[in-house]
Write a protein that binds this ligand. Structure first.
Ligand SMILES: Nc1ncnc2c1ncn2[C@@H]1O[C@H](COP(=O)(O)OP(=O)(O)OP(=O)(O)O)[C@@H](O)[C@H]1O
Ligand SMILES: [Zn+2]
Ligand SMILES: [Zn+2]
Length: 987
C-alpha cells in the first residue's frame, strides 16, 4: 500500500477539517455574543421557558428527558425552530448562564422536545419539575470527532477488507478489470439503456464504480436496482448518504421492494414506511423486547425511589442496583442489535452514522460486501471514509456537476475541502470507473439541451414523455404567451434596474428584478398555473427576503429560496433572478457554474431568467446561458413590463445588444457625447442616434453561438441595423408613428425597444401572442403628459417642444457620468415635492409615465391590478409600501400592528402580532411540522444545523434591513452633489 500517499492525504484532510471547525466555532461564537436569547430563539437555535414533563430510560440506558413549554396560558406549543433529532444541545437553568449538561436531541414534536443525556449526568442532573430551563443548539463536535477518527483509522489501516480499495482510491493502483457477470434479470423492467448499463457496470466492477446521475436521470431508481441485484447475489450492503433526508429517501424506495432493511440513527422523516425500519422499531419487535422493556421500567422505578430517599446508604444501594440493571439491559440490547444487523440485507445510515462508535462496532470486520454512497458529490470526502473502510468495494452515486458539500471556511473550501471523493475519482480514472445516466425524466428538451451542452458534454437527452411538455399542457392552464414557451429571458440591460449596493453587506438585492418577478408570476398565475408549482430562485439571501416580502402574502404556496436550498428538488416553472446589475460587471457569487446548473435544472416545463445581460455577460458561463436563451427562447426587455423605468442610456452597448464580443467596451464612464447634443432636444437625440451608428467600438455582430445546436435556430438573424435605419428614417420624417409588423421575433422586438429608447422615442408593445406589435412614436411634448392620463391612440403633434436647457432629460445619454441616475432621480423627486409651481414639463421621466401606464393597464387588465410599486431608487417608498401592505396582524380577527413587533411566518408568509405568530396558532401547524420533518440535517457537514441557513425574515433582520435602506436614502440626499465622484470610483 502506498502508505506515504495515504499519510499525506490524511494529514491534509485533518488540517482542512480543523480550519472548517474553527470557522464554525467562530461563527457560533459571534452569533451568541451578539444576539440576545430572544434573538437566538427567533433564529430557531434556542428554546426558552421549558419545563420537564417526563423522564425515562431509553436505548442503552440513556436518560431521556422530555421538555414542554412552560404553561403560562393556552399556548403550549414550541416556537418554530431548527432543532432536529441528532442535534447536540446544551441545557441551562433559565436564570443562569452556566451549562447544566449537554445531550442529544432524540425527538421533537410541536409540543415537546426530548433529549438523551449520557449516564454520566444522571446524578448531578437533578431536574426539578417546578424549574424553568432553556435548550441551546450547540456546535456538533461528535461529527468532527467521527471524521477525525475515520481518518486516523485509514492512516493505520493494515489488512482489513478495504485494503485494495484504499490502494485504488488513494494509492497508485488502477482498478482491476471487471468480472464477467451473467446477464441480469432486472427487477425494474422500465430501466433505460444507460440505467441498465450503469447497473451491470456497478455489479461487475471489483473495487469502485461511479454512477453519475445528472438532474432527473433516475439516479435513485438506478441505485435501488443495483442494491436489489447485489442482495439477490447474496451480498451484504451498507448504504449511506450524507444527509438523513437522502438516507430516508432510499429507505422508502427499498421498503417498497420488500427487502430486509435496517435504518441506523434518527430518521428525519416521520413516515411510517421509514420509521418501521429504524433500529429502535426493529428492536421493539424483537424477542428480547419484553424483557428489555421490563428492565427499563425497573430502572425508572429505582430512579424514583432514589429521588425520594435522603438516606445516604439507601441511595448508594439504589445506584448499585441501577448499575446492574443497566449492565443487563446493555447486554440484552446488544445481542438483539447484532441479531437485527446480521439479519438485514441492507443496512442504511448517514455517512457519520456508520461510525464504528455506533451499533456497527458489534459486527465482524468483514461483514459487508459492498458500500453504496448516494449523493456522494455532496459529501465531505472524510465522511465517506467512515463507511468505505468497511467493505472491499464501493459504488458511489451523485452528480459532481451540481453543488459540492457546504462548507463554512472559505479557505478550507479553496484548499480542497469541498472537493468530493466522487469528483476526484471521476477526474482521475474517468470512463474506467464512471457510467453516466443520459436520459432525463424532468425537463423540456430546450432546458435539457442547455444543461447537456453546458455541463454534460452534450450527452443528456430528454425522455419523450417530457421532451415537449409545457406549462399549458398542465390541467387548467391556459395557452398564453408565457405558458407556451420553455425558455424566457427578461433582460434588464439598459433599464437602470441596478442592484442595491451596500458596502457592509455581502448579500445583494435588486428591487427592480423583484418587480419583474412579481409581474411574471402574476402572468403565470393568471394563466392558471398553480403558485405551488412555481419556484423563485435567487442567489442572494437579501433578494430572497425582498422577494418574500412582496410575494409571499399574495402567493403563500410559492416557494422562494436560494439555489442551495433547492438542490434535489423540482418545480413545473422556475423563475431565476440573477440580481447582479452594476457597471463594473461584477457577478460574484453567480460565478459558480454548478450553482447556475442546479438553478436552471430544477425546472420541468418553464424557466424564466431575469437578468441584466450586460452585467452577467462578463462571465463566460452565464453568457452561454444568456446566448442560449436569446437564440432558443423568448426574449423580452424589462421595458415591456415596467412603466416607470428611468432608462439608462445605451450609447454603444445598445447597438451591441447582448455584447457578443465580450470585453469589447471600455469603461462606460469614458464614453462622452458631443457637448452640443445636450442642447438640442429631440433633434439632437435623433442625431445622436445617427452619430452612434458607427461608434468607435466594433459593430461586428458575430453570429450567436452557433455551437449550441445548429438546428431550429429561429429569429437568430440580427436585424439591428435594419431596424435602426427604419427608426432613424422615421425620426427624420414628419410621420407621427412607426408601426412594426407582428412578424418580428421576440429578439427583434427587444432590439426595436432598445433602439427606440436610444433615440428618445416612445415605444409601446401591444397585443398578445402572435398579434404583439411595437409602435414607435415621438414622445409627447413635455407638459402635456403631466398628471392626467392621455389616451394613447391620438398621435402626438409632430412638433416636439425643445427641452429646457437647464434640465437634463433622463431618457437621454449624458455627460461624463452618464448614469448618475440616483442623484438625478432624487433631484426629480425633490422638484416634485418642491411644489406644483414647477410644472410637469420639467419632469420628462414622469411625463411619459402615465401614458405608458395606461397602455400597460390595457394589457394587464385581465391580469388583475398590478401592485403600485415605487421605482427602484425610492428606497423609503419601497420600504413603506412593503410595510403598509402588511402592517397589521394577518390573523382573522386581530388588528394589532406588526410594524415594530411582529413576526413573519415562513409557512404562510404573512406577518402576525406576537400573540398570533406561532404557526400552530394561526393555522400553519401542519406545515410547520411537515417542515420540521423535512429539514435536512446534513451530517456530511461538520455540524448539525449548518446545512440549514435559511434565514426567514425575523423582526431583528427586518429592522436591520429597514435601517440600511433608510441610511442609504439619507446618504443619497445629503451627498447628491458628491455622489458623482463616488460613482466614478465605482459602485
Ligand atoms: N427508466 C425510467 N422510466 C421512466 N421514468 C423513470 C425512469 N427512471 C426514472 N424515472 C422517473 O424519473 C424521476 C426521477 O427518478 P429518481 O427519483 O430515481 O431520480 P434522481 O435522479 O434520483 O432524482 P434527482 O435528480 O432528484 O437526484 C422519477 O419520477 C422516476 O419515476
Ligand atoms: Zn403561518
Ligand atoms: Zn394578532
Amino acid at each position: 500500500m502506498a502508505s506515504s500517499t495515504v499519510e499525506s492525504f490524511v494529514a491534509q484532510q485533518l488540517q482542512l477539517l480543523e480550519l472548517e471547525r474553527d470557522a464554525e466555532v467562530e461563527e457560533r461564537r459571534s452569533w451568541q455574543e451578539h444576539s440576545s436569547l430572544k434573538e437566538l430563539q427567533s433564529r430557531g437555535v434556542c428554546l426558552l421557558k421549558l419545563q420537564v414533563s417526563s423522564q425515562c430510560t431509553g436505548l442503552y440506558g440513556q436518560r431521556l428527558v422530555t421538555f414542554e413549554p412552560r404553561k403560562f396560558g393556552p399556548v403550549v406549543v414550541l416556537p418554530s425552530n431548527s432543532f432536529t433529532s441528532g442535534d447536540i444541545v446544551g441545557l441551562y437553568d433559565a436564570n443562569e448562564s452556566s451549562q447544566l449538561a449537554t445531550g442529544v436531541l432524540t425527538r421533537i414534536t410541536q409540543k415537546s422536545v426530548t433529549v438523551a443525556f449520557d449516564e454520566s449526568h444522571d446524578f448531578q442532573l437533578n431536574l426539578d419539575r417546578e424549574n424553568t430551563y432553556r435548550l441551546l443548539k450547540l456546535a456538533n463536535d461528535v461529527t468532527y470527532k467521527r471524521l477525525k477518527k475515520a481518518l486516523m483509522t485509514l492512516k493505520k489501516y493494515h489488512c482489513g477488507p478495504a485494503s485494495s480499495l484504499i490502494d485504488v482510491l488513494l494509492g497508485g493502483s488502477t482498478p482491476s478489470p471487471t468480472t464477467e457477470i451473467p446477464s441480469l434479470t432486472f427487477y425494474n423492467t422500465a430501466l433505460d439503456p444507460s440505467q441498465k448499463e450503469a447497473v451491470s457496470f456497478a455489479l461487475a466492477q471489483k473495487e469502485v464504480a461511479i454512477i453519475h446521475g445528472p438532474p432527473g436521470t433516475g439516479k435513485t431508481t438506478t441505485v435501488v436496482e443495483i442494491i436489489l441485484q447485489a442482495v439477490k447475489q447474496g451480498l451484504k450492503v451498507l448504504c449511506c448518504a450524507p444527509s438523513n433526508i437522502a438516507v430516508d429517501n432510499l429507505v422508502e424506495r427499498l421498503a417498497m421492494c420488500k427487502k430486509r432493511i435496517l435504518r441506523l440513527g434518527h430518521p428525519a422523516r416521520l413516515l411510517e414506511s421509514v420509521q418501521q425500519h429504524s433500529l429502535d422499531a426493529v428492536l421493539a419487535r424483537s424477542d428480547n423486547a419484553q424483557i428489555v422493556a421490563d428492565i427499563r421500567k425497573d430502572i425508572d422505578q429505582v430512579f424514583g425511589k432514589n429521588k425520594k430517599t435522603q438516606d445516604k446508604r439507601e441511595k448508594s444501594n439504589f445506584r448499585n442496583e441501577i448499575k446492574l440493571l443497566r449492565k443487563e439491559l446493555k447486554e440484552r440490547e446488544e445481542a438483539a442489535t447484532v441479531q437485527s444487523l446480521t439479519a438485514a440485507d441492507v443496512v442504511l445510515a448517514t455517512n457519520t452514522g456508520a461510525s464504528s462508535d455506533g451499533p456497527l462496532k458489534l459486527l465482524p470486520e468483514n461483514h459487508f460486501d459492498v458500500v453504496v454512497v448516494d449523493e456522494c458529490a455532496q459529501a465531505l470526502e472524510a465522511s465517506c471514509w467512515i463507511p468505505l473502510l468497511k467493505a472491499p468495494k464501493c459504488i458511489l452515486a451523485g452528480d459532481h456537476k451540481q453543488l459540492p458539500p457546504t462548507t463554512i471556511s472559505h479557505k478550507a473550501a479553496l484548499a480542497g475541502l469541498s472537493r468530493s471523493l466522487m469528483e476526484r475519482l471521476a477526474e482521475k480514472h474517468g470512463a474506467g470507473v464512471v457510467r453516466m445516466l443520459t436520459v432525463q425524466y424532468r425537463m423540456h428538451q430546450a432546458i435539457t439541451r442547455w444543461a447537456s451542452e453546458a455541463m454534460y458534454h452534450g450527452q443528456l437527452t430528454a425522455h419523450p414523455s417530457v421532451a415537449g411538455h409545457l406549462l399549458k399542457d398542465l390541467p387548467g392552464v391556459a395557452d398564453t404567451e408565457e405558458t407556451s414557451v420553455p425558455l424566457l429571458l427578461i433582460d434588464t440591460a439598459g433599464c437602470g434596474l441596478l442592484e442595491l449596493d451596500e458596502e457592509d453587506s455581502q448579500s445583494k438585492g435588486n428591487p427592480g428584478e423583484v418587480r419583474l418577478v412579481t409581474l411574471h408570476i402574476q402572468a403565470l398565475v393568471d394563466a392558471g398555473v398553480h403558485a405551488g408549482d412555481i419556484a423563485v430562485i435567487a442567489p442572494y439571501n437579501l433578494q430572497v427576503d425582498l422577494l418574500r416580502q412582496s410575494l409571499s402574502s399574495k402567493h403563500p404556496e410559492l416557494e422562494i429560496k436560494s439555489v442551495d436550498g433547492f438542490q434535489g428538488r423540482e418545480k413545473e416553472a422556475v423563475i431565476l433572478t440573477f440580481v447582479r446589475s452594476n457597471r463594473k460587471g461584477e457577478v460574484g457569487f453567480l460565478a459558480e457554474d454548478r450553482r447556475i446548473n442546479v438553478a436552471v435544472t430544477r425546472a420541468r416545463r418553464h424557466v424564466a431568467v431575469i437578468c441584466d445581460s450586460r452585467t452577467v455577460n462578463n462571465h463566460t458561463f452565464l453568457k452561454t446561458l444568456v446566448d442560449y436563451f436569446t437564440e432558443h427562447g423568448e426574449v423580452r426587455t424589462a421595458f415591456e413590463y415596467l412603466d416607470d423605468i428611468v432608462p439608462e442610456n445605451y450609447t454603444h452597448e445598445g447597438s451591441q445588444g447582448h455584447s457578443r464580443a465580450p470585453k469589447l467596451r471600455g469603461p462606460v464612464t469614458s464614453i462622452k457625447k458631443p457637448a452640443n447634443e445636450q442642447e438640442n432636444g429631440q433633434e439632437a437625440r435623433a442625431a445622436a442616434g445617427q452619430g452612434r451608428r458607427k461608434p468607435p467600438v466594433s459593430q461586428v455582430h458575430s453570429q450567436p453561438s452557433s455551437s449550441a445546436s445548429g438546428s431550429d435556430r429561429t429569429g437568430a438573424t440580427d436585424h439591428t441595423e435594419h431596424f435602426r435605419a427604419m427608426i432613424e428614417e422615421f425620426v427624420a420624417s414628419k410621420a407621427s408613428q412607426l408601426e412594426f409588423p407582428t412578424s418580428l421575433s421576440s429578439h427583434d422586438r427587444l432590439r426595436v425597444h432598445q433602439i427606440a429608447e436610444e433615440c428618445g422615442l416612445r415605444h409601446d408593445s401591444t397585443g398578445e401572442g402572435k398579434a404583439r406589435r411595437i409602435t414607435v412614436r415621438r414622445k409627447s411634448p413635455a407638459g402635456s403628459g403631466g398628471v392626467a392620463p392621455q389616451p394613447p391612440s391620438p398621435p402626438s403633434p409632430a412638433q416636439p417642444e425643445p427641452e429646457p436647457l437647464s434640465e437634463q432629460p433622463l431618457g437621454q445619454p449624458h455627460g461624463p457620468t452618464q448614469l448618475d441616475l440616483k442623484a438625478l432621480h432624487l433631484e426629480r423627486l425633490q422638484r416634485q415635492q418642491g411644489g406644483q409651481a414647477q410644472p410637469a414639463k420639467a419632469q420628462p421621466g414622469v411625463g411619459l409615465r402615465p401614458q405608458k401606464a395606461q397602455q400597460k393597464k390595457k394589457k394587464k387588465e385581465t391580469k388583475g391590478p398590478a401592485p403600485a410599486l415605487p421605482c427602484e431608487e425610492d428606497f423609503d417608498a419601497l420600504v413603506s409600501a412593503v410595510i403598509k401592505a402588511d402592517n397589521t396582524c394577518s390573523f382573522a380577527k386581530c388588528s394589532a400592528s406588526t410594524t415594530t413587533l411582529g413576526q413573519f411566518c415562513m409557512h404562510c408568509s404573512r406577518r402576525y402580532c406576537l400573540s398570533h405568530h406561532l404557526p400552530e396558532i394561526h393555522g400553519c401547524g401542519e406545515k410547520a411540522r411537515a417542515h420540521a420533518r423535512q429539514r435536512i440535517s446534513r451530517e456530511g457537514v461538520l455540524y448539525a444545523g449548518s446545512g440549514t441557513r435559511d434565514r426567514a425574515l425575523d423582526p431583528a433582520k427586518r429592522a436591520q434591513l429597514q435601517r440600511k435602506l433608510d441610511k442609504k436614502l439619507g446618504e443619497l440626499s445629503s451627498q447628491r452633489t458628491s455622489k458623482r465622484k463616488e460613482k466614478e470610483r465605482g459602485t
